[in-house]
Design a protein around this ligand. Sequence first.
Ligand SMILES: *Cc1c(COP(=O)(O)O)cnc(C)c1O
Length: 399
Amino acid sequence: MNDDWNTRTRMVHAGIRRSGYGEVSESIFLTQGFVYDTAEQAAARFESLGPDEFIYARYGNPTVAMFEERIASLEGTEDAFATASGMAAVNGALTSMLKAGDHVVSSRALFGSCLYILEEILTRYGVEVTFVDGTDLGAWEAAVRPGTKAVFLETVSNPTLEVIDLQGVARIAHGVGAKVIVDNVFATPVFSKALEMGADVVVYSATKHIDGQGRALGGVILGTREFIRKTVEPYLKHTGGAMSPFTAWIMLKGMETIDLRVRAQAEGAQKLAEELSGHPALGKVIFPGLDAHPQRALVEAQMEGPGTVLAMEIPGGQEAAFRFLNALQLITISNNLGDAKSIITHPATTTHQRLSEEQRSVLGITPGLVRLSVGLEDPRDLLADITRALEGLRRQDVA
Ligand SMILES: *Cc1c(COP(=O)(O)O)cnc(C)c1O
């Protein structure tokens, strides 16, 4: 591996570990254990692990290590730990570093399961959590205190695509010695500048853009070697959140094309957002790449691209939103994102159903809001599908 190589080159070659057969494509080391030449070698390995040595797949595996090295190379961190799912990564990053009596400040606009960990699980073990409106720097400032160990946020919120000033939050957090942990799915690994903006730990659900083809669940925690090996690894290797070698292979191959895929999907999303803005059958269109996005300057400063997800308001509430979804012929109704296939979701009745109506309204999740994850199809076909479904709504409303 050459550190001077550019991103796309590194995404094809970083982390490769070849076996004695000299295979071109990365091998799936589908083994839970590793043999030792002698009893002395086993004893030595249990005492301290060399850089390319393994003892048990819950602790590490060559295919998993290849994926970890490749994604760390993309994010620009020293190290990474791969996990069984995005939620195992979020839980691992938080739980491994917190103890009873610690304080955490978190943005309120979170993926449902992240909210559950912070609100229901950590608090059960004596961690105090304060929720703030993530876009209000004054609220972060007021919430942190000397005992604050971590702040947690999604830089781009789901599904309303509000952007949090990461640099501002990091300055406030670091002022009291707290670590900044970012769940970065919506920013995508390709467009992320989280480290540069002050994040200490970056977490991804690999289920999204990293796989990008809807096949496997996975996650990853990225940070300094010290944090990953001294804090995260001891927690995860003993509690069993490891990524399977087969999943790691899927994710590793996903990394070869992630730059091409995410850029093409973002380009498609940009085209759709521009074409659909102002459509007479549509309320507002929200996309970080639009000039009309309320935090356009922040988007430009802290993301290298606008992401692959947009949100749209269908006038007429849930009934009209459902009619619109049901009228689509190409775009599928599902709840994943970052996939090669374009996927549409009605957040109020699916991903954010658990929230109260009041909580949804605070987060801007209205009954007419739909979330569209733009895939790799030709944007012209996607646009035709959407406009045809919107025309159907209009005709029914007139009739
Ligand atoms: C999907 C997602 C997760 C959870 O990831 P899984 O792989 O489904 O466990 C966490 N955070 C965000 C922002 C997500 O989009």
